[in-house]
Design a protein around this ligand. Sequence first.
Ligand SMILES: [Zn+2]
Ligand SMILES: [Zn+2]
Length: 438
Amino acid sequence: MNFFFAKIQFWLLSYKAELFSIIAAISTAPRNSVINIFTDSQSVISKFNNLQLNPTHPNKLFKFNSWPIWHTLLNIIKSYKLQITFHKVQAHSDNYLNEQADSLAKQHPSSPLLSFNYTNLYNPYHIIQWEQHYVELPTRHFIKQICKAHILAMWASQKRNSEWSYFNQDIDWRSTWLYFNHNQKPSYNITNFRLNQLKSFKTKILLNELPTYSLYHTIYPNQYPDTTCFHCNLSNSPSHWRTCVNPSLLNQIIQTSTTQIILNNLPDLDTYQKHNLINKILQHPALNSLYTLPNTFYSNLTLKGLIPKSLISTIQNSDIPYKTASQIIIDILLNINEQSYEQLWKTYCIHFSNWKKQQNRSQSQPINQSLRSSNLITKHTRFRRDYTYSCLCGLPDQLHSRTNTCPPIGQAIRKINIWSILWIKYNMSSNYILNIQI
Ligand SMILES: [Zn+2]
Ligand SMILES: [Zn+2]
């Protein structure tokens, strides 16, 4: 018996290793051989049959994972006139040869590296490269993923996101994106005025851009000089509108939304278990400001829509799968958001607008003159400098801060570079970009 072992690298997918071993095995066979392959990978067998039986439409030639390897495999079989039959064996089923193969695979730390020549004679197609690595993923999917990563990296590098950067690792980004998109996939394109309005409301809450007194104070400090609220005299903050008119209403909204959603879902739990779960969620620091400890995720961030992993695992702890748990939390927060819009935000707006009328102020009396003129002066005093380049991000040193922090675009470029290598090597999700600190 002859045997051979090696390890592979990059674009790791479940069946890539199987595919590699098959191509390595048949490339040793002489012309016109009859080959029987025993494998426990049903996905390889199905894909092989599929590709053999249905001649691929030209549009779909690059639409599956590891396509350069598959095309090479199929063309070797064709040109060497090999007859291949696949046999499915059960994994771990006391099959002697299968066990031998498993034990060879276990020697991987000491295995030599088997690399694949993408521009080989048998792969007749052009192939794209990224950072010196050939790309095995479906081409369109790959480009989409890179574009998405750019948008994410640019967004994550903005200064305004530093408010929650300390908690980036604790946020479940998959659920958070779903929340902002009304619990729909990004490709969902049906919309209406109501949903748009709520989406813009959620985004403004996240970015502290709701037209509250606190925002006006930041933009027009001369017209809106107070640091306390016009209505209740408490200290102002971007989220003060939630508790201004009726301080206990927010908690009531959180309680009713949670109770309603838990009671109407999760059919596998009995009523006692459901009430138990409701209590756990309501007492979680991410939803209850009374229980907040220092350096823990606080309720203001959750209400912004940044969903903490720990809140989802509270539900998972009752033997609920992750997807259902995430769905429940998203539903609860969407409900809280909608109720807050109706009951808290609208009331605040009415009070604010009445107050403005009383004060005889109008929104159209904008920008502070002194600010404007100082801007003009800085514009005139700007002069050209000779740029030098020494940072990894590729942007001029003169655009970096004194402490040598990259400007936002530079940070984004460096984040993408870090992530893309991890993506190629370990299939890392693009949400990882949000955890990278530059
Ligand atoms: Zn107030
Ligand atoms: Zn830089």
